[in-house]
Design a protein around this ligand. Structure first.
Ligand SMILES: NC(=O)c1ccc[n+]([C@@H]2O[C@H](COP(=O)([O-])OP(=O)(O)OC[C@H]3O[C@@H](n4cnc5c(N)ncnc54)[C@H](O)[C@@H]3O)[C@@H](O)[C@H]2O)c1
Length: 277
């Protein structure tokens, strides 16, 4: 990726951070937008050159403007945009969301996980057209299967697939638009904060990842870095020049789960559901 300039939202932690570090290791220059100043500071301290960080919220159009300006002023035209910042609903079932809290919970989940991607894509589109670059969205196994979240998260991650397809259509032939769909990954993915439901973090649930690993055909939960090379592949105009509108799974083989075993375990522990975030 030497000579490439990439922008990553939610790049201060988890999967986004692994992508940022891999892009830097591959020689790219990278701009990061995230709302966690301490984590941004750590990242900046570790990688002082070829990296700019901007604090802001993906629900704010001005934040996307700011990170694009900062990145292109430092390194030149941006050719790769990774939309990745997201939150989860901690598997909150629809019937467990009080009706009066549903609008606020929907608003928070969908504005971060869907509007955040739309605002970023809207801002980056013209720059990427000029560079004949690519967009890569972090989707999820919840973009394909039920049970990896509650109704809000699963619906939002399904929406990301629609977004990838439509933008691949709208931006062709100038910009390739694809997604990576990770399965269960050991991160501190956060829940909601604006309502009383769906709060918490993935890594606050003791033993969850061990139980989840038993339901994944390959037998383990991913580390964030396990997905990073797929982003490098999709960002490459020479290695993936004919790929657009694709959603690549990186989920340990959820599609080939043995259904009897899967269903038995799901009834017993609920862990299968958690395998798909
Ligand atoms: N962890 C998993 O099991 C898993 C599986 C499939 C998909 N995903 C998806 O991967 C993406 C990254 O999640 P992660 O697991 O690395 O979690 P994470 O919490 O480690 O990283 C998410 C990053 O996004 C940032 N962020 C969240 N909301 C933001 C906002 N409104 N504005 C700016 N930054 C914001 C956070 O500060 C954080 O740095 C998400 O889209 C998530 O849905 C995660």
């Amino acid at each position: 990726m030497r000579g490439q300039v990439a922008l990553v939202s939610g790049g201060a932690n988890g999967i986004g951070r692994a992508v940022v570090e891999r892009f830097l290791a591959e020689g790219a220059c990278v701009g990061v937008l995230d709302r966690q100043p301490d984590a941004l500071h750590d990242l900046r301290a570790e990688w002082s050159d070829r990296l700019v960080v901007v604090g802001g919220d993906v629900r704010d159009a001005a934040a996307h403007e700011a990170v694009l300006d900062a990145t292109s002023q430092s390194f030149g035209p941006v050719d790769t945009y990774v939309a990745n910042a997201g939150i989860h609903d901690m598997w909150t079932r629809l019937e467990d969301i009080p009706t009066d809290q549903l609008p606020a919970a929907f608003h928070e989940l969908f504005t971060v996980d869907v509007l955040g991607y739309l605002l970023g894509a809207r801002r980056m589109a013209s720059a990427l057209r000029a560079a004949r670059g690519s967009m890569i969205f972090t989707a999820s196994s919840s973009s394909r299967y039920a049970g990896g979240g509650g109704a809000l998260y699963v619906a939002a991650k399904h929406a990301v697939v629609g977004l990838v397809r439509q933008l691949a259509h709208e931006l062709a032939p100038d910009v390739r638009v694809n997604a990576i769909a990770p399965g269960a990954t050991a991160t501190g993915l956060s829940g909601l904060s604006d309502s009383e439901v769906g709060r918490g973090r993935l890594d606050e649930r003791p033993g969850l990842m061990d139980r989840v690993a038993e339901t994944v055909p390959l037998g383990f939960v991913a580390e964030p870095a396990d997905h990073a090379a797929l982003y490098v592949l999709l960002a490459s105009a020479t290695e993936a020049p004919f790929v657009t509108g694709a959603v690549l799974p990186s989920d340990g083989g959820l599609d080939v789960r043995r259904s009897g075993r899967h269903h038995r375990r799901q009834r017993m522990s609920g862990a299968s559901a958690a395998a798909q975030t």
